[in-house]
Design a protein around this ligand. Structure first.
Ligand code: AMP
Length: 315
C-alpha cells in the first residue's frame, strides 16, 4: 500500500437520549430516552469496519450501558466528555408512512456548553466526520486538526435556517457533504437535485452525497453521478439516524480499505446503504449494535443483486 494509506477515523457529533414515536401505522410505538445522536449511529456503524475515535459530550445521567456498548464496539472514548448536567435530548414523531418527521422537543442540556476538544493524539486523523452539530463547533474542530485526507460533514435544516453564514464557512473547508434531498434543496435554492449538488459543489465540497430515504443515495463528483439503491425492506420501524449510519458505513469502509479510489468510494456507497438498511429495521441502535459480519456481507451481496444484470443480446 502507498504512503497515502488511510486508517484513523475521528467523529465529532451528538450523543443523545432520544424519545421517538414511530413504527408501522398498525403498530405505532413510543420509545423514551433511547440511545441516539449523530455520533452514536456513526461510530457504531463504522466500528464494523475500522476503529473509531469518538468526540462528544454526555451528562451525568448518561447510562453506563451505552458507554459499555461503545467500548464493546472498540470505539475509543478518550474524547467523550462527561459534563455536569443532563445529556442532550431530542424527541420526534414520524408520519404514518415514515417519510417525514416532526421535531417535538430539543433540550440542549450539556450540549449548550459543549466545546469539542480533540485529544492531542487524535489531531491528525486521516478521515474526519463532522456530525450534525452547530456549525461553529464544526469550525472549532477544523481548527484543531492537521490535514485530514478526507473531511466529511453532515448538517440539518435547523442550521441551514439559523446559522447559514457559519455553515457556508464550514462548507468552504470540507471535501464531502452528506445531506438529504430536502437539505440539498434548502442549501442551494435549487429543486432539481443535480443542479442542487452542482451549486453546493461551487460552495466548497468536491463531492456531495444526497440521501433520499427509501429511494437510495446519489453521489455527485465532478461531472459524474453514481447511484446506490435502498434495500426494499419489509419492516421499517425507526428511520432515526439512517443518514449518520450511512455515513458511518461509508467512512468506516474507506478506513478499512485504506484508499480513496473511485472504486472504493462506490463500494463505500453500498456499505453505507447496507448499514442504514439495518439501522431502520428497529428503534435506536437495537439492530445496529449486534450485527454479524456475515449478515453485513450477505446484505451487501443482496444489494448488488438488486441492480446487477448481464447485458443481454437484443431480441
Ligand atoms: P438523522 O435521523 O440522521 O437526522 O439523525 C437523528 C439524530 O440526530 C437523533 O438521534 C438526534 O439525537 C440527533 N439530533 C437531532 N437534533 C439535533 C441537533 N440539533 N443537534 C445535534 N444532534 C441532533
Amino acid at each position: 500500500m502507498s504512503s497515502d494509506k488511510i486508517s484513523s477515523l475521528v467523529v465529532v457529533g451528538s450523543v443523545a437520549l432520544d424519545t421517538i414515536e414511530a413504527g408501522p401505522p398498525t403498530k405505532r410505538e413510543t420509545r423514551q430516552d433511547v440511545l441516539g445522536g449523530s455520533a452514536s449511529f456513526f461510530s457504531v456503524a463504522a466500528s464494523y469496519f475500522a476503529p473509531v475515535k469518538l468526540v462528544a459530550v454526555v451528562g451525568e445521567d448518561f447510562p453506563r450501558e451505552h458507554t459499555d456498548l461503545f467500548a464493546k464496539k472498540g470505539v475509543a472514548l478518550d474524547g467523550l466528555e462527561r459534563a455536569k448536567g443532563k445529556t442532550f435530548r431530542w424527541s420526534g414523531r414520524y408520519s404514518d408512512d415514515l417519510s417525514s418527521r416532526t421535531t417535538l422537543d430539543t433540550q440542549l442540556n450539556v450540549f449548550a456548553e459543549f466545546n469539542p476538544k480533540l485529544p492531542s493524539a487524535w489531531q491528525s486523523p486521516d478521515l474526519l466526520f463532522l456530525g450534525n452539530i452547530l456549525p461553529t463547533l464544526q469550525l472549532s474542530v477544523l481548527e484543531q486538526v492537521k490535514k485530514p485526507k478526507l473531511i466529511a460533514m453532515d448538517t440539518m435544516n435547523l442550521w441551514i435556517d439559523t446559522a447559514r453564514k457559519d455553515l457556508g464557512h464550514v462548507l468552504s473547508k470540507i471535501d464531502l457533504l452528506f445531506v438529504n434531498d430536502e437539505e440539498a434543496r434548502q442549501i442551494s435554492g435549487e429543486h432539481n437535485l443535480s443542479l442542487a449538488a452542482k451549486a453546493i459543489i461551487k460552495q466548497g465540497p468536491k463531492t456531495v452525497i444526497v440521501k433520499r430515504g427509501d429511494s437510495g443515495a446519489l453521489l455527485f463528483h465532478e461531472d459524474k453521478v453514481f447511484a446506490a439503491p435502498a434495500y426494499p425492506l419489509e419492516t421499517v420501524s425507526d428511520p432515526t439516524g439512517a443518514g449518520d449510519t450511512f455515513a458511518g458505513g461509508f467512512m468506516g469502509y474507506l478506513a478499512k480499505v485504506g484508499n480513496l479510489s473511485a472504486e472504493s468510494i462506490r463500494r463505500a456507497m453500498y456499505y453505507g446503504s447496507v448499514m442504514a438498511s439495518f439501522s431502520v429495521e428497529a428503534f435506536s441502535l437495537d439492530r445496529l449494535q449486534d450485527l454479524k459480519h456475515e449478515e453485513i456481507e450477505a446484505r451487501y451481496r443482496a444489494f448488488i443483486g438488486l441492480t446487477h444484470f448481464e447485458t443481454l443480446k437484443p431480441l
